[in-house]
Structures are given as C-alpha cells and as structure tokens.
Design a protein around this ligand. Structure first.
Ligand SMILES: NC(=O)C1=CN([C@@H]2O[C@H](COP(=O)(O)OP(=O)(O)OC[C@H]3O[C@@H](n4cnc5c(N)ncnc54)[C@H](OP(=O)(O)O)[C@@H]3O)[C@@H](O)[C@H]2O)C=CC1
Ligand SMILES: O=C(CO)COP(=O)(O)O
Length: 403
C-alpha cells in the first residue's frame, strides 16, 4: 500500500486516481503528544488511559463509548478552538467524530487507532448519526496515522472479532458491486479489489491467530483495514467496502439507537450482514430455489413502523422509492461472481465460525433479524443482492429462510 500513497495514476477502469499522502508511522502511543505537537486530542475514558494527554489540548468524553453523533461532532468543533489539527485516540467512533469535526472546521485530521476493529482510519467518509439516522458524509483522510501494534494487539477481544467481521465484509461488498455493474451498468474499478484480495485471503487463513493476538496476524488485519480505507478514498465513496452486509448492520445499529440502547460494535453487526450476504450468494450462485412471495410497500411501511418512528420511516421509504430496479435477467451470475464465490466462500464460512457469528445472531430474535433482512435495502440507494432478490420477488421468503 505504501508505494501508492501520494501518487496519481491512470487506472485501467478509465479514471485517474489520486491517493492522498498519508504518513503512517509505527511508534509507542505515549509519543503521540510529541508527534502531534500542536494538535488537539480527543479520547474517551478507556483510550485516554493509554496515553498521558496534555490537559490544555485535549477533550476526554466523560462517557463510555461515545458514538459518532452530530452532537458529539459539534462538541469537538467547539472544544478544539484555534488548534490547527484534531487527533483521535480511539477506534471507529472517535476517529469519525475527529475526522468530521476537522472537516467542518477546516482543520487537519490525524488519528491514533486503538483497535483493529474497522477500516475507518485511512478512510475519507464519516458515517454520522443525525437525529438517529446513520448518514455517510464525505470528509477528509488523515494526514498521519500513528500505529502502536502492542495497543492494537491488546484491544478488547470483541473489537478483534469485530475487526475480522468488518474486513471480511469486503468480499460480499465486492460481489454486490460486480452484481450492480452487471445489472445496472454501475461503474466498477478492479484496482481496489486487486490490492485487497490477497490480504483478505491471508486474514481468512489467520483468523484464529488474530484472536490469539499474534503480532503478525494483527499487523495483517490492520494493514487490510488501512488498504480498505484507502480504497474508499480512491473511489470517493464506500462502495468497495460496504454493501448489503453494511445495510443490515446500519439498520440494527439504528434500531438500538431508536431504543436508546448502545449497539454492539460495528463489526459484530456487520458479521450478521456477512452471514446474510453469504446465504444470498449461495442461493444465487448455486441456483437454489426460493419460492416467490409478494412483499408490498404497505407491508414494508408497517414493518418499518414496528421498528422506527414515523419520521425515519418516511425518510427510508423516500430513499427506497427513488431506487431504480432494472429488470433482472434469469441468469445474472457472471464469471467474476462465481470466481470469488468458489475462491473465498469456503474459507469465509469457517472464519465466521471462528469469530462466533452465531453468538451475535442468537442475541436477537429470528423474527427481528428476518425483518431486518427484508427491510435493509430500504435505507440506502446502493444496489445490492438484496435488491436483486426484491426485484425477483424472493426477498420475503429468503428473509424467512436465512436464519
Ligand atoms: N469512516 C469509515 O469509513 C468507517 C466508519 N466506521 C464507524 O466506526 C464506528 C464503530 O467503531 P468501532 O471501532 O467498532 O467501535 P467504537 O469506536 O464505537 O467503540 C469501541 C469502544 O471500545 C473501547 N476501546 C477502543 N479501543 C480500546 C482499547 N485499546 N482498550 C480498551 N478499550 C478500547 C472504547 O470504549 P470504552 O471506553 O467505552 O470502552 C471505544 O469507545 C461506527 O460508527 C461505524 O459506522 C466503520 C467502518 C468504516
Ligand atoms: O462502514 C463502512 C465500511 O466498513 C463505511 O461504509 P458505510 O458507512 O458507507 O456503510
């Protein structure tokens, strides 16, 4: 990855890609105040204990697990005053709070990741909760990233599991992108898959080592997250990193938010989404019969209202109404989909077992998760395998068979 940072190149996809010049340095987290000598730091109660932060130029959230809400972003815009740079000491949520606050206030942004849990660090987008609805905004990539492998290696076990969940999601996300390219003609770039697929294979083979906190395995996981984030920067959106599996995750997360509850870590709910996408592609590639069943817009509205307040439901339905559903040909599975399926899915299935996807699935009722599967394509205009099933009128039955 390091060889493309800061470069501009013509890609075989027909576009010119610009890769930001992000400086990645390995050092002790304790050096952060000196490395970022004029920056303002943000941390939370746990992550602040990892480093001696200079009181005058830091803000420590006085709560457990501050979420990436617009309120928290605004708090940091205000607190960071005239400092020229905002640096996060934390995992996904704090990184996005710092990134979006820096973007809104025209400051530089850098980060010190404390867990290999997400591909947020090198990314340019910021998924933020706005009045309880998760919206992904364009923002800025970091100027510098300080990596302390010992801190990453010792992150809580659920963040390691989540990290594997969020990274293996790039496999169905790529398949969704290929599917959309075949069905809707959406632009696609192969470069961002080619720079990722060997790392993904390695992670599928090393998932037990990751959970055993083996240094090299953790380094590979973190490298894959950094490459995935760069891929989002190259594309200018999260298409290479996020498909139906992320919509499943976002819907579950928003449901918890609606109830005033803390959601599980991002990668844990993404894991459920990966399980769903895996089942969907299994049915598609192996041509498994799923009986047709109508799922009307009235039923969709009624089920959304069982989970969310009316204002959000109307917003989701508006997004859904604007989605374009092209006519699906009988056999849409092309060679690229089959290749990825046969190359990755046997390993993916074993990896989901290693990170214990069933324990996350079993923490919800089957009825709730089935609803999530048939409603997930309502919340975003991104075309995925769930839209294919919707158009083929097999989404309702699929959602009832998947768990
Ligand atoms: N921008 C992007 O491209 C992407 C953004 N995301 C976003 O990232 C967020 C999820 O991030 P995720 O990393 O899963 O979790 P969070 O950052 O939400 O929460 C993890 C919590 O774990 C604790 N923690 C983190 N590191 C350590 C450590 N080393 N030791 C002890 N405790 C630690 C902290 O909480 P506490 O102090 O309470 O224990 C922290 O708040 C979501 O909002 C998601 O949308 C995800 C992928 C990509
Ligand atoms: O979570 C992400 C990738 O892991 C970011 O993508 P979205 O928020 O757009 O789904």
């Amino acid at each position: 990855m390091k060889d493309i940072l800061g470069k501009t190149f013509e890609c075989s996809c027909g576009k010119t890609h610009e890769v930001p010049d992000i400086e990645i340095l390995e050092a002790s987290i304790r050096e952060a105040p000196d490395v970022f000598s004029d920056a303002f730091f943000i941390a939370d109660l746990n992550t602040a204990s990892l480093v001696d932060l200079p009181g005058k130029r830091s803000f420590v959230f006085n709560e457990r697990r501050p979420l990436a809400t617009m309120e928290n972003v605004e708090k940091i815009v205000k607190a960071s005053g005239d400092f020229p740079e905002i640096v996060s000491i934390g995992s996904g949520s704090l990184t996005d709070i710092a990134r979006y606050a820096a973007y809104l206030s025209g400051k530089r942004f850098s980060c010190v990741p404390t867990a290999p849990s997400v591909d947020a660090y090198t990314s340019t987008v910021a998924p933020i909760l706005v009045n309880g609805v998760k919206k992904t905004f364009m923002a800025i990539p970091p100027r510098r990233i300080l990596l302390d492998i010992e801190v990453l290696r010792n992150a809580p076990m659920d963040l390691l599991r989540a990290g594997v969940g969020d990274i293996v999601a790039k496999i169905p996300a790529r398949m969704d992108w290929i599917l959309s390219h075949i069905v809707t003609g959406e632009y696609i770039c192969d470069f961002v898959w080619n720079d990722m697929k060997d790392l993904l294979k390695e992670i599928l083979l090393k998932s037990k080592d990751i959970l055993n906190r083996e240094r090299n395995a953790i380094k590979t996981l973190m490298e894959a997250h950094l490459v995935s984030g760069i891929n989002m920067v190259i594309m200018g959106n999260s298409r290479p990193a996020s498909g139906a599996e992320h919509m499943v995750s976002h819907l579950i997360e928003m449901f918890h938010e609606e109830k005033g509850e803390m959601p599980p870590f991002h990668g844990l709910t993404v894991m459920i989404g990966v399980f769903v996408s895996m089942k969907a592609y299994e049915a598609l590639v192996e041509k498994k019969e799923i009986p047709l069943k109508d799922y009307s817009i009235e039923e969709r509205r009624k089920e959304l209202l069982e989970l969310f307040e009316e204002r959000k439901v109307e917003e989701f339905l508006k997004t859904y109404a604007e989605k374009k559903f092209p006519k699906i040909e009988a056999d849409i599975v092309g060679e690229p989909l089959e290749d990825i399926y046969w190359e990755f899915f046997p390993h993916l299935k074993r990896t989901l077992e290693t990170i214990d996807v069933n324990s996350v699935i079993n923490s919800y009722s089957k009825d709730f998760l089935s609803k999530v599967v048939r409603l997930a394509n309502t919340i975003r205009d991104r075309f995925t395998v769930l839209d294919v099933f919707d158009e083929m009128k097999i989404l309702k039955n699929f959602s009832e068979m998947v768990f």
